[in-house]
Write a new protein. Structure first.
Lengths: 366, 295
């Protein structure tokens, strides 16, 4: 500022005051609120716009031609198979038209299109709705919402059992060297076996229903979870343990009153990452035994070449994962207020500040 | 020659009558802790490293005793052994005559790093030791609030440690250790991470607490001023191996005030510490007679 702005002027134009902040390329500095919001939007907008461009701008890719009129089909030739509704290579289409032209017959017409596997945004957008409202092609197959529920059920139980056993074992292994030595070498060994190799076994043991699928997700996440939880538990700072010991804490009290509360926020973050892995194993799990859930739905839709539905289902998986993670992150901030300085008091203060008009001068302190 | 030689400083061994009386009175106090021939060896890369060699001294009730020495003299090892977090290779530390075998609530400790539990509020941090003992919540809470009041942080009872400054965190740590009513408070360079101003105010604060509370303090530091300002006695350790060079009775009146930093006896003591710490080799050659004189 060249001249000091008066209180009145400042109040009249609250946005005129620009505090010099770190630039957009400052190393490991937080972005300002506006840049954060903009960049976060762009993170989704850029891939979406690229998709739109490839889908709608005719000359960008469009390697095929969708035949509208096959021309005179009586003319013989290598490419006489050309028919309405086919998607053919442009070379083929042009060669056929040269044939037709040289024969003096009516030439074929068509429009440049993308391969069937690249669906345009509006088609996928429509499918996001119609996929739910369209009955399955074969009686007995699942509707999309049924598949969705089925997948969520398998993920939930697989992850539930995995966490129920893996978290306590991991915490014990991270706390007591004895437990670590007793379990970790074996767990580390099994961890390198890809979960899908247990597919055949799981089906033999558990039959064709949901149980083998839950077992695959369990195998895929449990062994990793034990090691991750043990390592996170080991990252609890030794000085905290020492302090507690000099305050008279016994070994058992150290575990319950220091190790667990200290590791809990970090463990919660680990679980958020591991639940993502569970989704990865879901796709494998659902294809063993009797195909089920979203994977089965995608598989069927691919066979009927309903690629719009395939994309819709994939996007739904991404969306569920994203929403789950955001919900868990918010839950984490609520459960572990000391982690972010996000105490009930500071939350209230921030809420009040947001409601108050910026003119009162609170905006600058946000 | 050294600037300090131009000052007409008294000998640090010259005790004014009231100091001499206080020293005599302290010597009649019951023994709280005794350190008997502590030796600690660590496994080195090739040869064992001797961190502490035959360290012996006694701590009397209500005494404020500092251990000072250059880095690597084993002062942290010493306090960790006294706390029961480490063990001696030979020798023994006794609390009220009983050998120390592990950590316990009878020896409170304040660390250099911030060791408040980040998931507990300030009040619950102070309640921690009492809860471990099984004291009922309501009583523990009352006690915690009293201690927080004593360290001047009653208004911050519901804050989380992350919301406090470094100095405030250490005050909570002191309150947390004292709420357990330990026989002795071990402080391992508790103000080492603080800036000079905060450190000065924390020293004054600690003295006020110590004057009001019946507690014995063993204070580790490498800061000469801090040692003289706070202590009744100073145990001076030399490095490699960590051993006692001298135990000095501080000839400065109580209550201490920061003005005394420039008093003749303060400076004389500080000068002696400086000699011991910065030139242990020349000192030991030239002045070994003085050690026996002091002992």
């Amino acid at each position: 500022m060249i001249e000091p702005a008066s209180e009145a002027a400042r109040a009249a134009t609250p946005h005129a005051i620009r505090r010099p902040g770190p630039g957009l390329w400052a190393v490991r500095q937080p972005l300002n609120q506006r840049a954060r919001l903009l960049a976060g939007t762009l993170a989704f907008a850029i891939p979406f716009l690229l998709w739109c461009a490839i889908s709608y701008v005719p000359f960008l890719w469009h390697p095929l031609v969708l035949v509208k009129d096959a021309g005179d089909t009586s003319v013989p030739g290598t490419y006489a198979y050309l028919d309405v509704g086919q998607r053919v290579e442009r070379d083929v289409f042009e060669a056929r038209n040269r044939q037709l032209a040289s024969a003096g017959k009516q030439i074929a017409t068509g429009e440049r299109v993308n391969p069937i596997y690249l669906q345009a945004p509006h088609e996928v957008g429509r499918a996001l709705y119609t996929a739910f409202t369209t009955a399955p092609e074969r009686a007995g197959d699942s509707w999309l919402h049924e598949s969705l529920l089925q997948s969520c059920k398998v993920i939930f139980w697989g992850f539930f059992w995995s966490a129920l056993l893996g978290v306590p074992l991991g915490i014990l292994a991270g706390t007591f060297s004895l437990v670590s030595r007793l379990f970790e070498p074996f767990v580390d060994f099994v961890r390198y076996m890809p979960a899908p190799v247990f597919g055949a076994l799981a089906v033999t043991i558990f039959g064709l229903a949901d149980e083998p699928k839950i077992a695959i997700i369990f195998v895929g996440t449990f062994f990793q979870m034990v090691l991750v939880v043990a390592n996170t538990t080991r990252s609890v700072e030794a000085p905290l343990l020492h302090a507690a010991q000099t305050l008279g804490a016994s070994n058992r009290q150290l575990l319950w009153h220091v190790v667990i509360p200290s590791a809990l926020p970090r463990l919660f973050r680990d679980m958020r990452i591991l639940i993502g892995w569970a989704w990865t194993y879901l796709v494998v799990a659902e294809l063993i035994g009797e195909k089920s859930g979203l994977s089965a739905f995608i598989y069927q839709q691919q066979r009927y070449r309903h690629f719009d539905n395939v994309y819709a289902a994939i996007i739904i998986i991404g969306f569920i994962g994203f929403v789950t993670d955001q919900v868990l992150a918010a839950l984490g901030r609520y459960m572990f207020p000391w982690e972010s300085g996000n105490t009930a008091l500071s939350r209230l203060a921030r809420g009040v500040r947001r409601v108050l008009p910026a003119r009162l001068g609170f905006a600058g302190t946000a | 020659m050294a600037y300090s030689d131009q000052l007409q400083l008294p000998s640090y061994l010259d005790h004014p009558p009231e100091i001499a009386a206080r020293i005599e009175e302290l010597r009649t106090q019951p023994l709280v802790m005794s350190v008997e021939g502590l030796t600690r060896e660590f496994e080195g890369a090739s040869t064992p490293v001797l961190a502490l060699s035959d360290v012996s001294f006694e701590i009397r009730r209500r005494e404020f005793i500092s251990v000072i020495g250059p880095s690597g003299c084993g002062k942290s090892t010493l306090v960790r052994i006294l706390a029961g977090l480490d063990y001696p290779t030979s020798g023994v530390a006794r609390l009220d005559g009983k050998p120390v075998t592990g950590p316990g609530a009878d020896r409170g400790m304040v660390f250099q790093g911030y060791t408040l539990f980040p998931w507990l509020t300030v009040k619950k941090n102070v309640m921690f030791g009492l809860k471990m003992k099984g004291v009922a919540s309501s009583r523990a809470e009352r006690t915690a609030l009293e201690w927080l009041d004593l360290v001047g942080l009653a208004d911050f009872a519901e804050h989380y440690p992350a919301q406090l400054s470094g100095g405030m965190k250490q005050r909570v740590a002191i309150a947390r250790a004292l709420a357990n009513e330990p026989r002795i408070l071990l402080m391992d360079e508790p103000f080492g991470a603080l800036d000079a101003q905060t450190r000065a105010s924390m020293q004054a604060h600690l003295l006020r607490i110590w004057e009001r509370v019946d507690v014995t303090v063993l204070f580790i530091t490498h800061d000469l001023d801090e040692a003289v300002y706070l202590s009744d006695r100073i145990v001076v350790l030399g490095a490699r191996p960590g051993r006692i060079l001298e135990i000095i009775d501080v000839p400065v009146n109580r209550p201490r005030v920061s003005d005394q930093f420039l008093s003749a006896h303060f400076l004389a003591t500080k000068k002696r510490l400086e000699e011991l710490i910065n030139h242990p080799e020349t000192f030991e050659k030239q002045g070994s007679g003085k050690i026996t004189a002091a002992a």
